[in-house]
Structures are given as C-alpha cells and as structure tokens.
Design a protein around this ligand. Structure first.
Ligand SMILES: Cc1cc2nc3c(=O)[nH]c(=O)nc-3n(C[C@H](O)[C@H](O)[C@H](O)COP(=O)(O)OP(=O)(O)OC[C@H]3O[C@@H](n4cnc5c(N)ncnc54)[C@H](O)[C@@H]3O)c2cc1C
Ligand code: FES
Ligand code: FES
Length: 1278
C-alpha cells in the first residue's frame, strides 16, 4: 500500500438533501416520459422497459450481455467541457431504467418511421441492401445515428465503430458501404448513391423543436432516492454524498452503479442488493486532468472518454506520449456502445472480484505503474498499486475508487502492450501483455516491467524475468535467450476451458515479448526480414466490387430491387414473434434443462420451489403430455421422432426436461433453477466426438450408411498421402433467438412460430396434444434469421409452448435466452475423415480410400447425406474413390441442418485432401486440382477465369517474394472450386389473388422469409408475369391454411419453389382473364372485366420435384482468398477475396450478392473464429457472446469482389435462375487453406526437415495457427 493521506471527514456537515422520488423522468424522443416506480426493479433494464412496458419493440433484444448490439439506443448528453451535444450509442439491455432519470434517449422509432418519414440512415441502409433478416438493422442504424449526430465522419471511423453490432446475414460489406457513403471522405462511387446529405443534418433537433415541452438540456442534477420495497436506489451527485450514504448504511449490501456493464461479463452483478448507489454523475469520479507529472483520471470516467483524453494528452505532452498506445489498447476493449458506459473503476472491481478475468485495464495500469486512489467512508484516501488493489479485502470496509494516477515517462522509457483476440474486435483477450522498458543513458535497461493477463489466477508479473533484465542490454540475442528460458520457467498457464490451451497461452506470451523487442529494436540491430515481426497487423479500410448484369427490359424481374420490407426493418417496424403484442392473461415459458451428463437417469423432478413463487404458474414435463412426447415426425428427410422432453435417461447435458410457465420472462429467469431434479449418475463418461466413439470401439454407435467402391485403380503410384481431417459444430447464431407464441382458440391453437417449417410445427403439435392437425393454425411472417436452426428445432420450442397454452387455456410466449438456445439445441454436423490417396507425378489420383464419420449427436434424425456425398465426389474424377460413409451417435445435442449442411463439411474435406496431396507431392495446388477435375463439369472454365480475373499468377509471385523477405509475417493464397448440387424437393405452394377494385395483387406462399429475399423475388416474378408495377403486389404472411403441407424453407430451394408456384398461378390467372384482355386495355380494366364476368381471380401453383422443365442443377463457383498471418501471434487478416458464383439469370442481383457475401462470411466464421467447446461432462461451455465468436465487421475481407457470370441461363431453373442462399458458404474453406499456405512458408523457415502438412484439429483459429508455426524461442533473434 502507498502512503495514506488524510482528508477532512465532514460528518458534521449535513449532506445535500436527498429528494424522495416515486417515478423516473427522462426524455424519450425529445418528449418527457415518466416511469412509475411500481413497474420497476433495479434489474429492470431500459430494454425491458421499452419493449415490455412501453411496447416499443423496434429496439431488439438478443444476448442481453452487451455482445450483439441488437438493443442499441442513443443517449444525448452535453460534453461537460465543450458543452457540445454528444450522442452515444448504448446497450439498452445493460442500462438500469433507474439510471435514466434526467436522460435524453432516442430509440429507432424516434428517429424516423413510416408515419413521420424515415430517417435518411434508415433509407440508406435499406437502399444499399444492408438488411436481410433485419433483426440487427435497428441496432446498426442507432449506432450510426450516434456517430453521425456527433459530427463529421470519416470512413475509418465508421469502419472501426461497428464492433458491437453483430450481423449474421449480410457479411457486413453492404452495411459498411451504406454508412461509409455518408462520410466526408466517401468514394465517389458510393457517394452518389447516398441520400441528400442535407437531409441528414441534425434531424433530432427538428423533431425536438416540434415536440419538446420542457428544456431538453435541463438535466436534473439533484440527488434522489427511490424506495422499491426493501430495496433502495440512491443517485448521488457528490463524493461527499456517496461516502455519507455508505457510512450511514454500514450493514447494507450495496452496489455502486456506474456503467452497469459488469453484468454482461458476470451474471452475479445482477444479484439483488439492499442499496444501489448511482455514481454516474459524481464529478470527483468523472474528473480528468494533468497534475504536474501525473495524468489523473476519475475512477468512473468511461472508457470512451479515457480513449479521447489519453489521445489528446499524448499529442500535447511528450512525457505522456505513451498514452497513445494505451488509448489504442483500450480501443480494443469490448465495443463502442459498451465503452460508452463502461468505467475504469468498474473494470478494476471485476478484476478484484474475479482474478481470472483478463482485464485489459488492470493490465495497462499495472504495467505503467499507475496508482489507484481509494477513499473510505470517512474520506481517508489511500494510494495503492493495481496489484495491491486486486488483492485487498473490500469486505472489511467499503472503499470507493476515486482516481487513477498514471505517471509520466521520460522518452527513454518504452511502453508496449498487446491484446491478442480470436477475432478483430469485441472479445476479451486470449492473452494480453504489457511491457515497460526503462533504458538508461547508455542504452542498458534500468528495469523492465512484464505483465501478462490470462495466464493463471495468481499470475501478474514475470518477476524473475524482470529482475533478470535489470542492467542488461535488451538488444542482445544472448540476453533474449535468457529471457525466454526464464519466461518458460515462470509462466505456468492453468487449464481453463473454453479458453485456449496452456501450451498456446505460454507460447503466445513468450512470442509477445519477442514482438515487443522487435518493435523497439534499433533498425541496425535487426535482420531486415525480422523487422515486420514487431508490427501488429494493420487493416486498411475495406472495399469491394460487385459485378453482375441485369436486364432493364425485364423489369422488375432480374432488377436490382432492394428487399421489400427493408425500410420496415431498418426503422424497427418489422415485428418478429417476440415483438407481437402481449395478450390479456398471457404467460411466458422457459425450458428447464437437465443439468447432468448424458446417461444420467432422472430419479425425481420437484418443481415445488419454483411453483411456490408468486409469479410462477405451472411446470410440465413428459408426464403432462396428452399425446406423444415428440417434436419431430418421420419425413423423407427426417428419420426420427425426437423426444420433446427427456423421457428418463438424459441424452445430453442440457437436454430439455420440461417447461416452466410464469407471468413474466424475468420471473422465470430466477425460478428455473428452483426446479430440483435428482439423477442417478451414469457409470460411463460421455462420448462427445466421433473420434472418441471410434477410439472406444463403440461400433454400436457407428452406422455405415453407404459405401462407394472404386471402379478403377491406377497403377502409377508415386506418392502416397495419408491423413485425417476434423471439423466440428457451428452454432447458427440467428439474431432472433428461438421463440413462439401459442394462443388457445375455440378448438385448438393459433401458433405464431419463428420456424422455417410450418408443416412440421403443425404436425408435431398435433401429435403432442393429441388433437387433429386441422385444429392448429400456424402463421409465420418472417424469421429474424434461421440458417437451418429453425427447420426442425423450432418445432421443439413450438410444441413446448403449445403444450403450456393448451393446458392452461391461456396465451403463452416462449423466447429462449441465448445460453439456452446455444446449449439445448444441436448445431452443424461435425465431420471426421481419414484418407489415403495414391498419386502419380502429375498429381492425378490413382486411388483414394476415404472413411467419413458424421457426428449426428445423440440421435440420428436429419439427413445430410445427399449433399455431402455429392459435393465430395462430383468436382473431381471419383471413379478411383472408395468411400465409406458413416454416422456416429455421440452424447451431444442432436445436430441439425445448418446453412449448406453436408456441403460445407464435404467441400472442406475434399479440398483439404487436395491441399494435402499438393503439399505432399510438391505439385502446385491449382495444378493438382486441375489435373483431377471431372470433365463432366465446366469448372475448369471457372478456374481459368478466376486466374485471369484475380491475377492469381502475379499475386502468387508477389507473395513468394514477400514471404522470402519476411520471417514473422507471411502471406498465403488459396483458390478453391465448387460444384454445389441443388436438389429439387417440395412441395411449395404459392397463391395469388387479384382484387377487382384496383387490380392490386396479394400473394401468400408456403416458403418462409428468413432474410433471403423470398418475398421480394416472389413479388418481382408476379409483377413481371402480369406486367404491373411492383408496388401493386403485396406479400402476406405464410399461413398453413393458405399453403398447407409445405416442405421446409432450406436447402436453397424454397425461393425456386415459391417463384415457380407464382409463375404457375399467374399463368392460370392470365389464361382465365385472356378472353377479357383486349388490345391496349389497361391491367385494371382487364381485372375489372374479368371480375364482372365471374372469373375466379385467385389461383395457386405448386412446385414439386416432378414439374416439367425443371431439374436438379449445379451451382459452380470459385473463390480465391488471400491472407496475411502474424506468425508471432497466430492472428490473420483476410486481405482479399474474389468470388465467382454461377447464379443463372439472377432474379435480383443485389439480393443474390447479399446472399453470396453473407454466406461466405458465415463460412469464414466457421472456419476461423467459431468454436464450440464442451466440458468433460458434455456441457457446452461456449454458450454466449463472451465465449463464441461469429465474425464482426472487421473480420471480413479487406477487399471483397463478387462476380456473377453473365449470359448464363440455367436451362432447368425457374425463369433460368439459380439459388444463391447456400453455395458460397462452402467456399470459405479457401480461407483456412490460404492461412496454411502462409504457414507453410513460416514452417519452412523454421524447420526444413518437418513435413509441410500437419493436421489442424477443427477451426483454423489463432490458437491452431500459432501452435503450428514450428517457431520456438531459439528462433526469436534480432
Ligand atoms: C460485451 C463486453 C465486452 C467486454 N470486453 C472487455 C475486454 O475486452 N477487456 C476488458 O478488460 N474488459 C471488458 N469488458 C468489461 C468492461 O470493461 C467492464 O464491464 C466495465 O469496465 C465495468 O464498468 P462499469 O462502469 O460498467 O461497472 P458497473 O457494472 O457499473 O460496476 C461493476 C462493479 O464495480 C463497482 N464499482 C463501480 N464504480 C466503482 C467505484 N468508483 N469504486 C468502487 N467500486 C465501484 C460496482 O459496485 C460493481 O460491483 C467487457 C464488458 C462487456 C459487457
Ligand atoms: S441484446 Fe443488448 S447487446 Fe445483445
Ligand atoms: S440482417 Fe443482420 S442479422 Fe439478419
């Protein structure tokens, strides 16, 4: 502890009078709003209040932990120094409503809507096709609104500011382009697309002027107290009041409420306490200034202010120039909206409470030797180091973090820090590191500070190494070797799944030391090829091109028409199931999950603890099901009747065992754990992967479902290549979690389901309830993303909800929290493949023996085999392949179709084999592929076109030169072909009605709008067929009465099916109206005359696999991906992707570009950042946004070019088109193979004798890359 400093304790003085309030007042969209305290608890978030109390559902909810950005709203503040208006995007899910007193809040509804006019930001996002399912769109708009209203913007700022907004559909390129078009430095090409920039200037002010009855800027500065039963919420405006409040409540459990973001990391910060003290406006805690040689910042300044202030100080004070690097590091903490609220003190308290938390703030402060000024309730101040702070006992007495004091550094001191993350932004560190090297005048080290995060719970400093370095020459290779030995000895990372392995964390920590030295070593002391190792990867602003054709004559078919409903999505007006109005007496449901490993047997379920709560109404398990305990049925594509609720033997950890029903979602959250379940423990350990099953010899779990024998074997075997390939689960990450609303009707139920398969929901509910299918009505307006996760799994949620509604005769809504969604529901099918290939000297396959194991999870239900087998065997001549296809049952949730199921895994497997063959034989990867291409496909043409279009040969040569010149940065390139079969399935029904009054048209069809644009294409085709403007066509929600018995939307076929049905229906109607179509007659008149003659102006068309003129078809494509890899960290940037995809005659090229881009980025995530980790018991540990990482806006290719071949009709496609929803995701395998290509050069540099190929187990993530570099500290030389 540092020296104690006494301040005057001011007990004699009365504290500021604290007003008692019974309501919270704030401005919402510029209008004063009063929230009565009876509706509120300290845990009531602004998001809950907006959505559930005010019914303003434009603001969405998804993760509820600050990780996804669906819930963003904007706060308007005055900057205390400049007095300028400041607009901040914040996560409404993390803001307690009670904090909002005196605030000015804008939500998506307030900035623009269909009544008062859309905001230009809403328009621009729609116009650039930056929305697909639309669930992320309001959050995207609000983030941009805050940026835009805060001042002039550059493209760099936009590019850097969307880290907190996840979009699973678009692949971000279109969103970034839309918003960059508004920047001062926008490219001319996109600038001309943007709405009149004048429209954008301070729209809020105009609205305010119209609406405000009170002065917006008169924010209340008075302290207040709100009593909520036993709980008190006090807002203080001075440190004195804060300390007094703590002093006079010595027995109370309390929490200081600053940004309230800690609960996004640890749920325990949501636990109720007696006293909440809002410290967001305590000037002493918000101050920041330079005081002599100290940079002082208040404990509760936000990370955003800290970044701004540190950047300013670094510019103005040479002795604080290191703060620029500190600001850059803080810029990597969390994301913009979280940083706008999160404070330094709050972060330090998390680190205090959880030593395993990899706090970047603690790391920085400890590295620079900052001190923390704590103040106790008597006003006594203590200065303490960060490390002493996290070890001090805060239970003894309440202590407030008042200020943080950062020292100045002479220019001979060097500060360097790193945060290594699994993706570019918005994720905690895998390892973080901070170094301060203090040099004396002779250039030797006076001392060194070495701090690492995420090594082990107690580890902070590399003390031994720090001591070793004192007085040494840092730029001496022998000293460096001593350092590595010392670090190797003192770094002992713990095992901490789902964090990466100790081996990786240790290797990374040592590499970071070397990187830091390279970053400051004098140029003349380093070999030139090592220099680039000192820099972190720098990402330029991303760009992209889209090359396609469209035919104006055929308007609106083939036209670039933005998605219908895009404006409704970007303005938040689109209603998803959870946004539907609550009904009188409505209840909520929550799944209760088995918290026990597979093969445990349920002995007893006791829900009494939960049912004893006032707000809990019922609990139902398998015993309460009147019909059958199933949620899937047998169909040509589904093979099992899966249990709705566990029937006794637990099949996987977190299997649903029942549904708890209560009066609110909040009540359920707290009560689910009160359903007590006792189990008989299993006597076997769960088998979680195919490899484990095979290793254990559990042949009872392995089914060979197909074997293809080679019909030919070559005898010119010059190379034998043996290997194995493994790839694991992928979570769908649809932004709208699984949800359903079921409403009892006279007989049966009306069900609003977020499903891709209405028919399954209807059939399964009928089975569960034991009532006729005719008593179940299913309606689907659209899903907020699905990606296959809502084909069969949505039926589980629907059946459970329907059961509760049916039994209670009350409407019930169920929305799965993200963790439940990620644990209870299966994912992409993992694949393990063993292979042996014989090649001749040209790389031509002489034979290939391949065994595949597809992990189906705990039960085989959904079939992926047709797509898997096709993609594995068609692109290359496969008559020499002997292939065994096996299904393996594991103790994990039943896996389920996920975008391009089977195809993603199949292409990844064959292309990895190809690449292995290339490495093993030394034959160029493109050449070896070309040598084996089947002549049954035109893929060679596509490949050759790619070589020219993307300048492959020249770039390969450039890469070779770069790699020769750089030891620690490597570039790589891979070019991957694809032939993707679209298999005709059905039925899909489409119904078209024409109205006699004005000739307008309605469509309802059996497909589901999941973001792919099926409704837009349906309307386009209909308008084209009738020759009418698109505006005349309206699409109704999908409804099982209008479109009964339809197959699921998935497999890239529903749009084909529905548009085919529309063509048929339109043809029927045109035929019926033919007698009344006279030369030059207007459409409206033809319709009217037809109606007057009793023509039935309604017709349906059905798409089935046997329709004339249609057939299965192939989608061809090629992807060239280039990456740069940091060999010292394992990180990479995808520098360029060129993608060609065959779309036939695209019905709507901009929608198809969106599908191709979005698919590729979902694949990029699967291949490089997304990883599901299980505990040894089989519990999914990666079950939230803190642990599972779909790509963000800065993970996409820096340059992303998409091209659709022109004049390329599909003879057997609907209107000569091809489907685009899935194929491109398979091509993302190009990215890990490009990374391998880069790694190959590093491995060669490291050890010529090592085999160039190696197995990567699963995702090619930062960990897997670094662990395969073959580098070791002996190579870490200057
Ligand atoms: C999505 C997300 C991503 C994140 N990523 C990172 C990351 O990459 N790196 C990283 O380091 N952190 C990360 N964080 C953590 C983030 O920095 C902290 O949540 C934040 O700084 C906490 O500050 P707060 O003001 O919100 O604290 P609050 O949640 O308001 O409070 C947290 C605790 O601090 C106490 N407290 C607050 N102020 C004081 C004070 N002045 N004196 C004493 N006690 C006080 C409160 O009593 C409470 O117990 C992330 C958080 C989220 C939600
Ligand atoms: S719902 Fe608030 S950030 Fe995800
Ligand atoms: S459009 Fe972004 S998540 Fe669907």
């Amino acid at each position: 502890m540092g020296a104690e400093q006494s301040t005057v304790e001011d007990d004699s003085q009365p504290a500021t009078e604290i007003k008692k309030l019974t309501e919270v007042k704030f401005h919402l969209q510029g209008v004063e709003h009063v929230a009565k305290s009876e509706n509120i608890t300290p845990n009531t978030s602004l998001n809950f209040y907006l959505r559930n109390i005010l019914k303003m559902t434009g603001t969405k909810a998804m993760c509820l932990e600050g990780g996804c950005g669906a819930c963003l709203v904007v706060l308007q503040n005055k900057d205390p120094i400049t007095q300028k208006d400041v607009f901040l995007a914040v996560n409404s899910c993390l803001i307690p409503l009670l904090s909002c007193n005196g605030w000015k809040i804008f939500t998506i509804e307030g900035i623009g809507n269909s009544v008062e006019g859309f905001h230009p930001l809403q328009e621009v996002l729609a116009r650039f096709n930056g929305t697909q399912c639309g669930f992320c769109s309001p959050g995207m708009v609000m983030n941009m609104y805050a940026l835009y209203e805060s001042g002039k913007l550059t493209m760099q700022q936009v590019e850097n500011s969307f880290s907190g907004n996840t979009c699973r559909c678009t692949g971000y390129r279109s969103i970034l382009t839309a918003f960059k078009s508004l920047c001062t430095d926008a490219d001319f090409g996109i600038l001309r697309e943007c709405p009149d920039v004048e429209d954008l200037v301070s729209c809020y002010k105009e609205r305010c002027a119209r609406k405000c009855s009170t002065d917006c800027n008169n924010v209340s500065k008075e302290p207040f107290l709100l009593e909520l039963g036993e709980i008190r919420w006090i807002k203080v405006h001075s440190l004195k009041d804060l300390l007094r409040t703590l002093r006079i409540n010595p027995q109370a459990t309390y929490r200081l409420v600053a940004g309230n973001t800690a609960q996004g990391v640890y749920r325990s910060y949501k636990d109720t306490v007696d006293l909440y003290i809002d410290v967001t406006e305590v000037p002493e805690l918000k101050d920041y200034k330079i005081q002599g040689d100290t940079c002082m910042v208040g404990g509760n300044i936000t990370l955003t202010i800290a970044i701004e202030f540190f950047n300013e100080v670094a510019k103005s004070y040479p002795s604080f120039s290191y703060l620029k690097a500190v600001a850059d590091h803080i810029d990597l903490v969390a994301n913009v909206p979280v940083r706008n609220r999160a404070t330094i003190a709050g972060n330090l308290i998390i680190k205090h409470d959880h030593h395993d938390f990899p706090s970047d703030i603690f790391l920085i402060l400890e590295t620079v030797g900052a001190t923390i000024t704590l103040v106790n309730v008597s006003g006594q101040e203590t200065n303490i180091s960060p490390i002493d702070f996290i070890n001090c006992d805060l239970r003894k007495e309440p202590l407030v973090i008042k200020t943080i004091n950062l020292p100045s550094f002479p220019t001979t001191f060097k500060y360097i820090s790193y945060k290594i993350m699994p993706r570019a932004q918005n994720v905690h560190a895998l390892v973080n590191a901070g170094f301060v090297f203090k040099f004396d005048n002779s250039g030797l080290l006076q001392s060194a500070t070495i701090v690492y995060g995420n090594i082990s719970v107690p580890f902070v400093h590399a003390n031994v190494t720090e001591r070793l370095l004192a007085g040494k020459n840092l730029f001496d290779n022998s000293v460096l070797q001593q350092v590595y030995t010392s670090l190797t000895n003192e770094l002992d990372p713990d095992v901490r799944p789902p964090d990466p392995s100790p081996e990786f964390r240790k290797k990374l920590a040592i590499s970071l030391f070397y990187k830091a030295v390279l970053s400051i070593a004098p140029s003349d002391k380093m070999a030139s090829k090592n220099k680039s190792g000192g820099a972190v990867l720098q990402r330029p602003i991303s760009t992209g091109s889209q090359d396609y054709e469209y035919n104006k004559q055929k308007y609106p078919w083939t036209s670039e028409i933005p998605k219908l409903g895009a404006l409704s999505q970007t303005s938040g007006e689109t209603k998803y199931v959870i946004d539907l109005p609550d009904l009188p007496f409505q209840l909520y449901g929550a799944l209760v999950l088995a918290k026990a490993p597979a093969n445990s047997v349920i002995r007893k379920i006791n829900p009494d603890g939960a049912l004893g709560r006032e707000d809990i109404v019922a609990f139902y398990s398998k015993d309460d099901i009147p019909g059958d305990n199933v949620f899937t049925i047998l169909t040509p594509l589904t093979t099992s009747e899966e249990q709705l609720f566990c029937d006794g033997r637990v099949r996987y950890y977190d299997q649903p065992i029942g549904i708890l029903v209560g009066k609110s979602q909040e009540a359920l959250e707290n009560a689910v754990s009160l359903v007590l379940v006792t189990y008989d423990s299993p006597n076997v350990e769960p088998l979680l992967t195919s490899r484990q099953v095979v290793k254990e010899g559990r042949t009872d779990r392995i089914t060979q479902y197909k074997k293809n024998d080679a019909t030919r074997r070559g005898n010119d075997v010059k190379h034998v290549v043996k290997g194995s390939f493994d790839i694991y689960q992928q979570y769908h990450f649809h932004m709208e979690n699984q949800c359903c609303q079921a409403i009892p009707e006279d007989k049966g139920l009306l069900v609003y389901a977020s499903t891709q398969w209405m028919d399954l929901v209807q059939c399964a509910i009928s089975r569960v309830l034991g009532i006729p299918e005719s008593q179940i009505t299913v309606m689907v307006r659209h899903c907020g993303g699905a990606f296959g996760g809502k084909i069969t799994r949505a039926s589980l949620i629907a059946c459970a909800t329907a059961l509760a509604a049916y039994k209670l005769k009350k409407p019930v809504k169920m929305w799965l929290p993200l963790t439940t969604n990620m644990t209870a529901i299966g994912k992409r099918f993992p694949l393990s493949t063993d292979y042996e290939v014989g090649l001749d000297d040209n790389g031509v396959f002489q034979y290939a023996n391949v065994t595949h194991y597809t992990d189906v999870g705990s039960q085989f239900d959904e079939d992926i085999s047709p797509w898997f087998e096709q993609i594995f065997q068609t692109i290359y001549t496969s008559d020499t392949f002997t292939t065994s296809y096996n299904r393996v049952v594991t103790d994990t949730a039943t896996n389920t179709w996920t975008r391009a199921p089977g195809s993603v895994e199949g292409l990844a497997a064959i292309e990895s084999i190809m690449e292995h063959c290339s490495y093993a034989s030394g034959i160029d990867p493109i050449q070896i592929r070309t040598a084996n291409f089947s002549n049954q496909t035109p893929i060679l043409t596509y490949m050759n076109d790619m070589k020219t279009w993307a300048n492959i040969d020249k770039r390969k040569a450039d890469i070779a030169t770069f790699n020769k010149e750089n030891r620690w940065k490597k570039k790589g390139l891979a070019v991957i072909p694809m032939s993707f079969d679209v298999l005709l399935l059905g039925p899909h029904l489409a119904t078209v009605s024409i109205f006699h009054g004005d000739g307008s048209v309605q469509i309802s069809h059996g497909g589901i709008e999941v973001g792919q644009g099926i409704n837009t294409k349906a309307a386009q085709v209909c308008a084209y067929k009738f020759g009418i403007p698109l505006e005349k066509v309206t699409i109704l929600p999908s409804h099982n009465f209008i479109s009964p018995n339809n197959l699921a939307t998935g497999g890239t076929i529903a749009t084909d099916g529905v548009t085919y049905g529309i063509v048929q229906a339109c043809d029927t109607l045109l035929e019926r109206m033919k007698p009344y179509r006279t030369e030059g007659a207007k459409w409206e008149d033809i319709v009217k005359t037809s109606h007057d003659n009793f023509v039935v102006l309604k017709a349906s068309g059905l798409y089935t696999p046997s329709q004339p003129g249609l057939g299965n078809y192939r989608v061809y494509g090629v992807c060239a991906a280039e990456v740069i890899v940091d060999i010292l960290t394992g990180q990479h940037i995808v520098t360029r992707v060129d993608l060609t995809e065959d779309t036939g005659i695209s019905m709507n090229p901009i929608l198809d570009v969106g599908q191709a881009e979005g698919a590729l980025i979902m694949g990029l995530g699967y291949q490089t950042t997304e990883k599901i980790v299980f505990s040894y018991e089989g519990k999914v540990l990666t079950n939230n946004t803190w642990t599972y990482y779909p790509p963000g806006a800065k993970d996409i290719p820096v340059e992303f070019n998409v091209k659709f071949p022109k004049d390329n009709p599909n003879p057997v496609g609907v209107l000569k088109s091809k489907g685009t929803g899935e194929p491109a995701i398979t091509l993302a395998i190009a990215i890990p193979l490009a990374i391998r290509n880069a790694l190959a050069s590093a491995r060669k540099d490291a050890d010529q004798s090592n085999p160039p190929w190696y197995r990567i187990n699963g995702t090619t993530d930062v960990e897997n890359v670094l662990l395969h570099t073959l580098s070791d500290p002996s190579q870490y030389v200057l």
